[in-house]
Design a protein around this ligand. Structure first.
Ligand SMILES: [Zn+2]
Length: 234
């Protein structure tokens, strides 16, 4: 599978045969992403999250039910998704991804979804995907907004091109007073963005939906030659 094999301008909604996607973070956004991926025919999925299901998750984390409270998210999510699509090969891990274990835990998927809820994890994943040249899709939700961005190493800007640790620290991701609907919408938007990337129809913009005002914004973010993660990548 190539992330840029299609003719520019077309928009393919077909999941490439044999495509492998990894989803890191199985909260509101990650549940939405992974459920949609298996429903549309993904062949191979890796689910990664170290947490367990809690009661407050049930409103927006659509792969879990009340009876799952206290169970590990990754394994529970796999069980749920296997019932939807028994033919999809689904692996799971309850490791917390760090710089040192990323290769073992994530491997080399065709696409990596960053659905985590903290700055450190987001920067780790960004570094890993750029270093391994894995296309990443950043999915975030805070308060009444949903935000997505694709990172195609060597082609588009990466997360650190425009955001360093101190800026991201002030940007909540999927926690706090998040509307229960927005993480689900953010996840679906991320899957939609995946098709734009597959269709070679994406230029690195960050897309923000406001669920209160019903507005959408698309901001182009150019590569930063000074970026310490991707600045020297060609
Ligand atoms: Zn960069």
């Amino acid at each position: 599978m190539s992330a840029s094999s299609a003719k520019k301008g077309s928009f393919s909604l077909k999941v490439p045969e044999g495509m492998h996607v990894a989803v890191v973070g199985l909260g509101g956004t990650g549940c939405s992403v992974s459920q949609m991926l298996v429903r549309i025919g993904l062949a191979h999925l890796s689910l990664i999250d170290p947490d367990s299901v809690s009661r407050s998750n049930i409103g927006r984390q659509i792969c879990y039910a009340e009876r799952d409270i206290g169970r590990p998210k990754a394994e529970t999510c796999r069980e749920f998704l296997s019932r939807i699509s028994p033919g999809c090969e689904i692996e799971f891990s309850d490791d917390l991804v760090t710089d040192s274990n990323a290769e073992r835990v994530i491997g080399k998927p065709d696409i990596l979804f960053d659905c985590t809820d903290n700055v450190r994890s987001r920067l780790n994943l960004n570094r890993y995907s750029v270093r391994k040249r894995i296309t990443e899709i950043f999915v975030s939700s805070a308060y009444n907004s949903a935000q997505v961005k694709g990172i195609i190493p060597g082609i588009t800007s990466c997360l650190e091109c425009f955001a360093n640790e101190s800026i991201l620290a002030n940007t909540p991701c999927s926690f706090g007073d998040v509307a229960e609907t927005m993480p689900v919408i953010a996840g679906l938007l991320g899957v939609n963005l995946m098709f734009s990337i597959i269709s070679n129809n994406y230029n690195g913009e960050i897309i923000t939906l406001n669920g209160k005002e019903y507005t959408a914004e698309k901001v182009r973010i150019d590569r930063n030659p000074e970026c310490r993660t991707c600045g020297d990548l060609r």
